[in-house]
Design a protein around this ligand. Sequence first.
Ligand code: PAF
Length: 281
Amino acid sequence: MIIIKTIKELKNIIRSNKKQGHSIGFVPTMGFLHEGHLSLIRAAKKENDLVVVSIFVNPTQFGVGEDFEAYPRDLDNDAKVSEAAGADVIFNPSINEMYPEKYQTYVEVLEITNKLCGLSRPTHFKGVTTVVNKLFNIVEPDRAYFGQKDAQQVAVLQKMVLDLNMNIDIIPCPIVREADGLAMSSRNTYLSPEQRNAALILSKSLFTAKDMINKGGREAAEIKETIIKMINSEPLAAIDYVEIVDALSLNDIPTLKGSILIALAVKIGKTRLIDNIRAEV
Ligand code: PAF
């Protein structure tokens, strides 16, 4: 496995792989890799000849006062674990390599970015679509792998690829959870033991919602109320949102039908965590 720092070098590698007819699988990340990321790399390895993993903490997707500086970083360990999972190339550019002085171009998906996480993070998705667009232009992947924990991100990127006629398959991969249900996230590292315990309320409330649906519950308001009550019973948790929406459009649905997504964001202390479940009704 090799670590590449410049766009020019990576483009040369991509060009020579394309010439040989190799397919390219791409796993964009911000590093501090955990089992969730590694499951994406393993999935990419199964379906592609060359697996590229980007590790770039993208400043444009962090809002003012968010955790850009504090975001955990560990390139040495990332290199070790991604190689073991099957990565061939790590792309780890500097900020200046991605956003040189006088950088001016942004890519924005409208409507579906104005709900759920977009309400409390109004500039976040513009940063994500911009950097992913740039990375797609550099890596030219056949397939790109994203974790379903960031369900809105997946929906936004699917819309971007569709609207901009990009020949890239977005492959959503299942959420990877710790044994006790906590969805894996690089931000879990911010949690004290007491906060980590409190954070279990996210998955517990979602699993309860899933039970209600399995038992025939179809009223979104009733399911939402149960989730909110459970989370509010945890003193360290503060709800940002709990929403029950259509999984594709992310529009609210009063009565559950089709592919639905129950998504939530909750602050545990200063750490904002997200989680979700999907259901076919
Ligand atoms: O999901 C992430 O880690 C980031 O949003 C992504 C897709 C790597 C873009 O910076």
